[in-house]
Write a new protein. Structure first.
Length: 485
């Protein structure tokens, strides 16, 4: 395990680039900077609950990767119990071994986090495990996990300190009953009754995991609209399917209190009818995340925070202090791993005098429920509000041969394009593998493609991707495999 003794070749404590934070924003910044022939160190303080220190940040240790591992396992379990019979496959006595499921998840996480050290080694990045604090003049105080402390200097510093879960004053964390998303990924027994506060991406994914394993799941969402940030036609379709799976999603339900007692939690919330109560065995608070900058900045660095605690940056992720940059969840923009990664890569290229830019208009969003929910670009509501004349095309997966063959024909693909020049403005998919299908739309939009460009692109048959092709055709009422409406 690397420690404070590990130094750059030659033993110097001065670097071209020091990255503070080794999550999906920080570690790609470090790797790209090293690829650009710069001397780089990446400092990360993450510690797992067993005390082990690993790179990868929230995403690899407690977010994207463990949640997707459990979503995969639980979906297989659900299918074996509920769907295999339709395929003519009898599987008598399907059982759940949650300890094994969690062990597999831990193995996936370990392989991925260990992989970062291998990537660092190959690229020549110096890993430093412990706390980093920016001092004035691009000096960095590094406090290793073993208690030793030293001062490093750099020509450039990249801050990538990430985010932490928001705690509700009305429902403070109180393990094991009231937990954050990390706690909800670690349950060692399936809760009989599970409450989830917040029907955002994380709440829906965690609710799905435990619902598939048998929990009675109640999701309380303060806003009256489901997935208010998404295209509402998409959100409506997704809500229908999630409710059908047994998720009890209560909208316009603002949690005002939670009391732990007798091993259970009584949750109080207000809806249109007044004060309501629901009792659950475990409660997950998934009401969003906030930037994490504790002990990151000395008082005189010149780096400023905004009113919500995000590090202030310009379009290219420059802070107000010379040669200090900030990327990922600790700065404005969607809190997504791939957004942070592209910012990290951009900054590392700019530092090396190369070209670098992030196209913030074309960042895909994916919710890994079943069916998956994915989109990129503007929603129909946003296009309508802009006043620009537009057209839409949709294609239901019911008309897709591949989706039918997979017995996963729920949902649709929808494309929104400008009436005048046919440019694609947004693509919204709810359906099987939507998170993979959206990549084509992202590429199309990155190249400012028109629906005609997609219409004239050959898509293999039978594939799910044909849904995007046919939605593009339907925008001009020229779909072949569905009725043009
Ligand atoms: P982080 O991943 O939070 O990493 C920051 C790192 O910096 C941490 O290791 C932290 O310990 C370290 N650090 C902070 N301060 C210091 C310091 N002073 N010194 C040393 N080290 C420091 N996003 C997706 O795109 N797709 C998903 O499917 C997805 N699923 C998610 C599921 C869950 C349950 C959660 C919680 C999040 C999910 N996210 C997902 C969001 C994603 O995890 C974040 O957007 C991403 O991790 C942000 O990356 P980051 O590098 O900015 O910060
Ligand atoms: P996200 O920001 O995508 O993680 O989603 C968090 C969700 O939690 C948002 O949809 C919020 O409206 C919701 N939320 C925040 N506070 C409360 C609360 N007190 N009760 C219920 N829902 C809440």
């Amino acid at each position: 395990m690397p420690n404070s003794e590990q130094q750059a070749p030659g033993g110097s404590d001065s670097f071209d680039v020091i990255v503070i934070g080794g999550g999906p924003a920080g570690y790609p910044a470090a790797i790209r900077a090293a690829q650009n022939q710069l001397r780089v160190a990446c400092i990360d303080e993450w510690k797992n609950r067993d005390g082990s220190a690993t790179f990868g940040g929230t995403c690899l240790n407690a977010g994207c990767i463990p949640s997707k591992a459990l979503l995969e396992s639980t979906e297989l379990y659900h299918r074996a119990r509920e769907e295999f019979a339709t395929h003519g496959i009898g599987v008598a006595g399907v059982t759940l071994d949650l300890a094994q499921m969690q062990k597999r998840k831990a193995g996936v996480v370990k392989a991925m986090t260990g992989g970062i050290l291998a990537l660092f080694k190959s690229a020549g990045v110096i890993p430093l495990q412990g706390h980093g604090k920016l001092l004035a003049g691009r000096r960095v105080q590094f406090s290793a996990h073993d208690g030793t402390r030293r001062e490093l200097t750099a020509r450039h510093v990249v801050l990538a300190s990430g985010s932490t879960p928001i705690e509700l004053r009305s429902a403070p964390f109180q393990a094991p009953q009231v937990v954050d998303s990390w706690g909800a990924l670690e349950f060692d027994a399936v809760p009989k009754r599970l409450g989830v506060i917040g029907a955002g991406v994380i709440g829906l994914e965690l609710g799905s995991v435990w619902r598939r394993l048998g929990s009675e799941v109640t999701v309380l969402e303060a806003l009256p609209d489901f997935l208010a940030i998404a295209d509402q036609q998409l959100a409506k379709e997704a809500l229908r399917h999630l409710k059908r799976q047994g998720l009890d999603i209560r909208l316009g339900a603002k949690v005002t209190g939670a009391t732990v007692g007798g091993g259970a939690v009584e949750v109080v919330y207000a809806d249109a009818k007044g004060e309501q109560r629901v009792t659950v065995d475990r409660l997950v608070v998934a009401v969003g995340r906030k930037p994490f900058t504790r002990e990151l900045l000395a008082a005189d660095t010149g780096v400023e925070l905004d009113e919500r605690g995000f590090i202030k940056v310009d379009h290219s992720c420059r802070t107000g202090a010379e040669s200090v940059w900030a990327v990922g969840d600790c700065v404005r923009g969607p809190m997504l791993a791939h957004k942070g990664k592209e910012e990290g890569v951009m900054v590392a290229d700019l530092i090396a005098g190369r070209y670098g830019e992030v196209n913030y208009k074309v960042i895909p969003s994916v919710i890994y429920t079943a069916p998956e929910i994915a989109w990129v670009g503007l929603t129909e509501e946003q296009v309508k509000a802009s006043g620009r004349a537009y057209k839409t095309g949709t294609f239901p997966f019911l008309a897709s041969g591949r989706a039918r063959a997979m017995e996963q024909a729920a949902g649709f693909a929808k494309i929104i394009a400008a009436r005048d020049d046919d440019e694609i403005l947004g693509v919204h998919i709810v359906g099987p593998m939507a998170g993979e299908l959206i990549a084509e739309a992202v590429l199309a939009m990155e190249y400012s493609a028109s629906t005609e460009d997609l219409q004239r692109t050959i898509h293999a048959h039978p594939t799910l991707a044909e849904a995007v092709h046919e939605a593009a055709l339907n925008a001009d009422k020229r779909a072949i495999d569905s009725i043009n409406r």
